[in-house]
Design a binder for this molecule. Sequence first.
Ligand code: GRE
Ligand code: ZN
Length: 324
Amino acid sequence: MQGKIVLEEHFALEDTFTDTKRFPDAGQADDLRRRLLDILDIRLGEMDQYGIELGIQSLNSPGIQSILEPAKAVEMAQKANDVLAGEVAKRPDRFAGFAALPMQDPDAAIIEVTRCIKDLGFVGVNLNGFSQKGDADTQIFYDLPEFRPLWAAIEELDVPVYLHPRNTLPSQGRAYEGHPWFEHSGWAFAVETAIHTLRLLASGLFDEHPKLQLVVGHLGERIPFDLWRVDHRISKSPQGIPAKKTMTEYFRENVHLTTSGNFHDETLHFTIDRVGIDRVLFSVDYPFETTEEGAVWFDNANLSEADRVQIGRDNAIKLFKLDL
Ligand code: GRE
Ligand code: ZN
């Protein structure tokens, strides 16, 4: 399929690349580094080769979220956003940007998201999971009350927020001891992003801000498979939850999902069945996945051509109000 749009695609700055230490093989690390630091060369060439018209780019994980000192987080977010805006400006027909935000300082995050959307022309926000602040062993989740004014500002700006995985803190990783293959993207990323997503939904955030749209990758970080069960157990919970609706309802009204790094027909069809085809969008997760594997899978996935165009392109045009 020509004209595909992707939205979980990562770049890095020299300053943020060092956080991506998940490749034991030096050759792999070099290739990853080259691909993360590049936008207009290898990345664009592969987009041409595999029928991807537009790629919405985000800073690599954890990026800003692991910077302990709030002032440094603010400064690095501004730098990353300026660099991305500069690259996008060279090929605005092929690239768009997500804002990186210094969540360690919610007031500064409001200023930065406003600048990114209004001045830099970004089409949304990418948050790389919880933020650390002050002490390395901290996890700040965005359902906390201090973030409500930021969510209000994002709703007002009318842009989606991509909640992307990040690494588990060492102090929280005991279950992975001796099983490094499940750390990071093999399992831990989904666990981390799933609980953060559920926290946001259960907190009542989307009752207060019903226009907000969250985007979650990897076909929903395992949540779609368990939506019924989560709602079932919540319905029996003696203390109830702050949110007014079921998790399934929020998934159908306030959440979009991408195929990033989850290139499997049966999982795709199950997900479509649970949340609706208008909420599922194609993505790759470049450069942690290859453009070839993602695009060849999608182009040959068991879908009608109308459904392929909807997932591969039209849903993104609608969600980001793209002028393509
Ligand atoms: C990511 O998207 O951030 C990522 C990694 C490491 C492996 C896979 C992956 O940082 O998707
Ligand atoms: Zn990713």
